[in-house]
Design a protein around this ligand. Structure first.
Ligand SMILES: NC(=O)C1=CN([C@@H]2O[C@H](COP(=O)(O)OP(=O)(O)OC[C@H]3O[C@@H](n4cnc5c(N)ncnc54)[C@H](OP(=O)(O)O)[C@@H]3O)[C@@H](O)[C@H]2O)C=CC1
Ligand SMILES: O=C([O-])CC(=O)C(=O)O
Length: 260
C-alpha cells in the first residue's frame, strides 16, 4: 500500500524511519509527503525516497491510498474533508480536531458518501477498550484525565513551580492546548464526549516524563490507569508512545483478525 504523509516533525520522521527505513510494515511504503518547511521536507524525501509534494492538494491528487496526518489540529480542520472526499482514508495524530461535534459529523457524512474511513490511534494513552466497553450500554458514569508534564513541554507554563495550569472540560482544554492534550479527546471519543470528560493539566519542573492519570467509573467498576511516557527527544511535548500508536494503527488497519 502507498501512503501519503502530512508533517515532517517528530511523529512524521519516526514513521518515515520505521515504514520506509526499516520496512516494518510488509507491502507498505510512504511514497509521498508534504510538510510546511519545504527544506526539511525535501531533505527527508531524499533520505527516505519519497516524493516531496509542495501542497496538500498535490498529495491528494497523487496515487496514495491513504494519508497519515502528523502535523497540527489546524491542518486537520483545513484538509480532512478534502482528503476523505477524494476517496482516501485518513489516519490522524491530531485527534483534537474531532472535539468539535459539527466537524466530527461533517467528516462522518463525507466518509459515508465516499466509502472512506478515519483511523484514530490511541496516542499517548491507553484504556480506550475499557471505556468503549463500559459505555456500550450507556452505563459509563465519569471519565477524567490528569496530565503532568515538565514546563518546557507545555505552552505558557511557569518555569520554577509546580502549578495546575488548566482545569475544565476536554472541549475547553484542546482549544487552549492543541499541542498538549489530544489525549483528552481520544478518551472523550471512546467515552463520554469532550464536554463531559474532565481534564487537569499540571506543569511540574521536577518531572522528566509526560504522565497521564486516567480515572473512570460506571456499572463495570472503576478504572485507574497511569502512564509515564518517555518524551520524544526531538519534541518533548510529544510522548514516544504517541508515535508508536500511529505505527501500530498502520500495521493493524487491514488485519483479518483484530484484537480489541
Ligand atoms: N493523539 C495523541 O495522543 C498525540 C497527538 N499529538 C499531536 O500529533 C501532531 C504531530 O506531533 P509531532 O510530530 O510531535 O509534532 P511536530 O511539531 O514535531 O511536527 C509537526 C510537523 O507538522 C508540520 N506542519 C505544521 N503546520 C503545517 C501545515 N500547515 N502544513 C503542513 N505541515 C505542517 C511542521 O512543520 P514545521 O517544521 O514547519 O513546523 C512539522 O514538521 C501534533 O498535532 C501533536 O499535538 C502529539 C502527541 C500525542
Ligand atoms: O504526547 C503526549 O503525552 C500528549 C500530547 O502531547 C497530546 O495529547 O497532545
Amino acid at each position: 500500500m502507498k501512503l501519503g504523509l502530512i508533517g515532517g516533525g517528530n511523529i512524521g520522521q519516526f514513521l518515515l524511519q520505521s515504514v520506509n527505513g526499516k520496512q516494518m510494515i510488509p507491502n507498505t511504503t510512504i511514497s509521498g509527503m508534504f510538510s510546511r518547511n519545504q527544506k526539511t521536507a525535501q531533505r527527508l524525501a531524499d533520505v527516505y525516497q519519497v516524493i516531496n509534494h509542495e501542497s496538500i492538494e498535490s498529495i491528494i491528487q497523487s496515487d496514495v491510498e491513504a494519508i497519515v496526518e502528523a502535523a497540527t489540529v489546524q491542518v486537520v480542520e483545513q484538509s480532512a474533508a478534502q482528503i476523505l472526499a477524494s476517496g482516501k482514508d485518513l489516519i490522524l495524530s491530531s485527534v483534537g480536531a474531532l472535539a468539535d461535534s459539527h466537524f466530527y459529523n461533517e467528516l462522518m457524512s463525507i466518509c459515508q458518501a465516499n466509502g472512506t474511513k478515519i483511523h484514530l490511534p490511541s496516542g499517548a494513552v491507553g484504556g480506550l477498550d475499557i471505556l468503549k466497553a463500559a459505555k456500550s450500554n450507556g452505563e459509563l458514569e465519569a471519565v477524567s484525565i490528569t496530565t503532568t508534564k515538565p514546563p518546557h513541554a507545555l505552552e505558557n507554563a511557569p518555569k520554577d513551580v509546580r502549578a495546575v495550569i488548566f482545569e475544565g472540560s476536554a472541549s475547553e482544554a484542546i482549544k487552549l492546548y492543541p499541542k498538549n492534550i489530544n489525549v483528552s479527546i481520544i478518551l472523550s471519543l471512546a467515552g463520554l464526549g469532550p464536554e463531559k470528560t474532565n481534564v487537569k493539566i499540571i506543569s511540574d519542573p521536577d518531572v522528566k516524563k509526560n504522565s497521564h492519570a486516567i480515572d473512570a467509573f460506571g456499572a463495570f467498576g472503576r478504572l485507574t490507569l497511569t502512564i509515564e511516557n518517555d518524551p520524544m527527544p526531538s519534541n518533548p511535548k510529544t510522548s514516544y508512545l504517541a508515535a508508536l500508536s500511529v505505527l501500530a494503527t498502520l500495521k493493524n488497519k487491514d488485519e483479518w483478525i483484530r484484537v480489541g
